[in-house]
Structure formats: C-alpha cells, structure tokens
Design a protein around this ligand. Sequence first.
Ligand code: PDD
Length: 293
Amino acid sequence: MLVYLDGAVLPLAEARISPEDRAFLFADGLYEALLARDGRLLFWREHEARLRHGLDALRLPLTDPAGLEGVAERLLAANGLVAGEAVVYLQVSRGAAPRAHAFPEPAVPPTVYATVKPREPHPADRVAKGVPAITVPDDRWARCDVKSTALLANVMAQQAAKEAGAHEALFVRDGVAIEGSHSNLFAVRRDGRLVTYPACNYILEGVTRNEVLRLAGALGVPVELAALPVAELRAAAEVFVTGTTTEVLPVTTVDGRPVGDGLPGPVTRRLREAYLARLDELWPLRAPLAPGA
Ligand code: PDD
C-alpha cells in the first residue's frame, strides 16, 4: 500500500515520522475519515469545513487544507483505487519539535499523512438484523466538536463494546445519551419524532448526521434536536447510528435489552434507503467492467 506523507507518495513500510511528532507525544492533531467512489471524494466540502473548524480551534497552521482533496485523489489513483468504494484517512499534526506543551516557537511545518484502502461493505446480516450497543460513561474532553486524534476515551469505549459483543458504545453524559464512540446517535420516539443531540461542543457534528437530518426534513419526518435521557433511549421505538463508514445502521439492542420489537424499524429503513439513494444520485458508481473487457 502506498501512503502520503509530507508531499511524498511512498510505500507504508518506507514512511517515517519523527518520535518528536506532536501527534505521537500529545495527540496534537486532527483527522478526517472519508469515503471515495471511483476515485472521487464524497462530501469533501463538508469534511473540509469541519477540518478548518478544527484547525481554527487548535490554532494549527496548515496553509492549504483545500489541497488535501487533490492529495487524497492522487493517492487513490496511485493505489489503483479508481473504481468502486474506498476509505480515505487524512491526518494533520502540529509537526515535530522537542517536547514542550506549548506550541513550538517558531512554528514547525505540520505533518500531513494520508492512507486509502478498499471499502468493506457491511455484512448483510448487520443491516438486516441491526447491531447491539452498550452505554458507557462519557469521559471525553469537552471539545468533541473537534475531530482530534486524541481518541483514548473512544478507544476504551469501543474496546468495552467489543468485549461485550456489541458493535458500538454510546456515550452517556449527565444521564443523557450523546453519541457513539465513532458515530452519531438517533432515536425515534414512539410518537414518530426523530431525536438527536444538538450540534455543540459535546458531539462531533457528523457529515452523515447532517445529511440524514436534511433527508428526514425532506421526507416529512419530524425532527427534534434534544437531549435524550437514557430512560428515553431505552423506551425508543427505534435507535440507529450514523457515520461515514457506519452509514445509517440500526441498533436493535441497548445494554442487552431489545429496542422496540428488537428489529430494525421503518423510519430507520427509510432513512437508510434515502441516504444510500442520495449517495448514488450524487456519486453514481460506474458499472464494473465485464470480465475480459
Ligand atoms: N468517526 N461521532 C464520532 C465520535 C465519530 O468519530 C464519527 C466519525 C462520527 C460520525 O461522523 P461522520 O458522519 O462525519 O463520519 C460521529 C470516523 C468515521 C472515524 O473515527 O473513523
């Protein structure tokens, strides 16, 4: 696999960063995970806007965030990922400098790293049956709107989910279910209203979340941007999570108890279909070449 590092495309095994890189020492960096179809990035404008928000919040001086689109597309082409779906990872750190908490002075060039890999679709079962989730205390910092590489709380939460046989861990802050370890959280109340946490410093404002909210509006699904106490999550008719690789994924048990009747619900199914149809409309995949063509 070829990766991108600071201007060069090279084999992963040859990529070298300094042990003084601030992403290594302090998790002082940002990232984005995106999908690509036929070598083109999906929702780049939205991902770039979120990256710029993080760069501003962390005062990280990356001169050309817009140029990362070209970097990713060049890397997809270099890896032959120009047909079908791929996952793109972009990371920017404050660069390498002798360890001191405050920013390096003078500033050093940010380290820019990118990888691509073929996208693995969800196993059919996962979508048809939905996935189990657990709740965990939200012990993250209070700037979850910044897509920082400081993901230790998310790592611990996802490991707890894995050990419990669950697909996702849902963070609970002050009794309220906020979002997943790597996804946004939605519930459908018994009266049909769709609830998700309002965009603020306690959640990552997901690109998929925002698209799903737009689609819900277009489909006439009433939307409530509100806190969802765990008791209301448990009493919900439907629960689902959203994310770039997660798409719209039904959650059918929470902490071992079935959500609604324990099957993916109709609102979740409609929104999932509408979301996938929207991707096909915006980025139609070229038909694969016939064998021998
Ligand atoms: N995670 N919330 C958190 C905490 C996330 O890490 C993510 C995405 C989301 C969904 O955001 P989006 O719809 O823009 O992908 C919400 C990525 C996929 C990751 O960590 O790999």
